[in-house]
Design a binder for this molecule. Sequence first.
Ligand code: AMP
Length: 250
Amino acid sequence: MKVLVCVKRVVDYNVKVRVKPDQGGVDVANVKMSMNPFDEIAVEEAVRLKEAGIVAEVVAVSCGPAQCQETLRTALAIGADRAILVQTDAELQPLGVAKLLAAVVGREQPQITMLGKQAIDDDANQTGQMLAALCGMPQATFASKLTVADGWAEVVREVDGGLETIAVRLPAVVTSDLRLNEPRYVTLPNIMKAKKKPLETLTVESLGVDATPRCQTVQVAEPPARKAGTIVPDVATLVAKLREEAKVIS
Ligand code: AMP
């Protein structure tokens, strides 16, 4: 069985992002970039399936500029066997990415395609769902537990107010939630080994996909600055302020 894991290069989660002066987007010049945290969880899960003897091969795929090679090397260091970069400097949006990934799924024929539930830069939470629709496959999103057996995947999903367990017939698309696992630390020997693993580069044209963006960013703005708080001397003053100023109690 083969697992395809989709990994996105995003601004590192520790970076405080700055909006460009023209409000056209977020400034990514000289900013630390890393693998999207939910994708790290997806890679970890795929590698654990391999270590458990359920999966024979783990293939990582990323769409974006040449620097995505670093992200793919991280996936290889976690334990993926080989990697595919769909290289483009053009802007990609979830539908375009989903179309490119669908083309890769067509070539690779994985039994399970894993993605993060959401990319922390665009917060779209769309790519996995669109990919499943384009491939005509069942989808199990927000997975917090994955069990694979007999051509089926049983997935525990984090839903409002609890957990839902569903079973999907393979091949299927699974997107990872935060509690699926805790990704391992990447060790130096594995980083060295990852440098020797195969990394294939494809182009958008070679996949025959139109990945042109459908949405235009109108404006990106910083959130309004928070006003300074006040310290109240006692509970009575707090209650009075909540009633008379904030008007949140009556
Ligand atoms: P999004 O729909 O943008 O929130 O992204 C959800 C998931 O889709 C991510 O966690 C990745 O697994 C995958 N994904 C999004 N963009 C890319 C990309 N450029 N290359 C590979 N995978 C991607």
